[in-house]
Design a protein around this ligand. Structure first.
Ligand code: CA
Length: 228
């Protein structure tokens, strides 16, 4: 953990101070930028293990920064901070390339859990590609494709789809998805798993991938081959 470098882009100095101090106490190296314009100029430079980006920033807003960062560094791990808490806002943020979001105000413990989850690298004992119908996931390359169509997935979308494919034809409760994919305890008040599931469904549909992610009311989700 000692070598993990985090870039925090947050204009509220007390919030930035609280986050950076907490992360340093937990062994992370943290650089802080308070201005969106300055951040935009520096994003093309040296890479960080994780980017924490606030949405509302002076100069250039966080969503624009995330889009540009995603273009420059497709594998970047990005956590978005936002005071906006409607589902549409969050989906817009995830659409822009964030891997995860946290709504202000939040407890530091929650931030730390999200950070750990994003930095946790999938340790595959058997990194052979997984296949369900024509959908193929390569854990080594972190690539997904349906037939000859590449499916662009963010890190968390990839982790979620990987988990669903490993458990094909099994009903997986939300609690289990939260623990296994996000490394956090499930909070019934949040809907990030549903947001990600919908997002995956949309991307699979766009790529004409056959497996379906079904909702089993009151129980969870299941990934099924189409002709099962
Ligand atoms: Ca702000």
């Amino acid at each position: 953990m000692a070598d993990m470098r985090v870039l925090l882009i947050e204009d509220e100095k007390n919030v930035a101070g609280f986050i950076s101090q907490g992360l340093r106490e937990n062994g992370y190296e943290v650089d802080v930028i308070h201005d969106g314009g300055e951040a935009a100029r520096r994003l093309g430079g040296a890479g960080y293990d994780l980017y924490i980006i606030d949405w509302m920033l002076p100069g250039v807003d966080g969503l624009t920064l995330i889009r540009s960062l995603r273009e420059k560094k497709p594998g970047a791990r990005i956590l978005m901070l936002t005071a906006r808490d409607t589902v549409d806002d969050k989906v817009q943020g995830l659409d822009g390339g964030a891997d995860d979001y946290l709504t202000k105000p939040f407890a530091f413990k929650e931030l730390l859990a999200r950070v750990r989850s994003l930095l946790r690298r999938e340790e595959e004992k058997d990194p052979a590609p997984l296949r369900v119908d024509g959908l193929e996931l390569d854990p080594m390359q972190r690539k997904a494709r349906a037939g000859s169509t590449d499916i662009p997935l963010s890190n968390k979308e990839f982790d979620l789809l990987l988990y669903l494919m490993k458990n094909v034809n099994k009903i997986i409760p939300r609690e289990q998805i939260a623990t296994e994919v996000w490394s956090v305890d499930f909070d019934r008040g949040t809907n990030y798993i549903d947001v990600y599931i919908n997002y995956l469904r949309k991307k699979l549909k766009e790529a004409k991938a056959c497996p379906l992610i079904l909702t089993v009311r009151g129980r969870g989700y299941i990934l099924k081959p189409e002709n099962d």
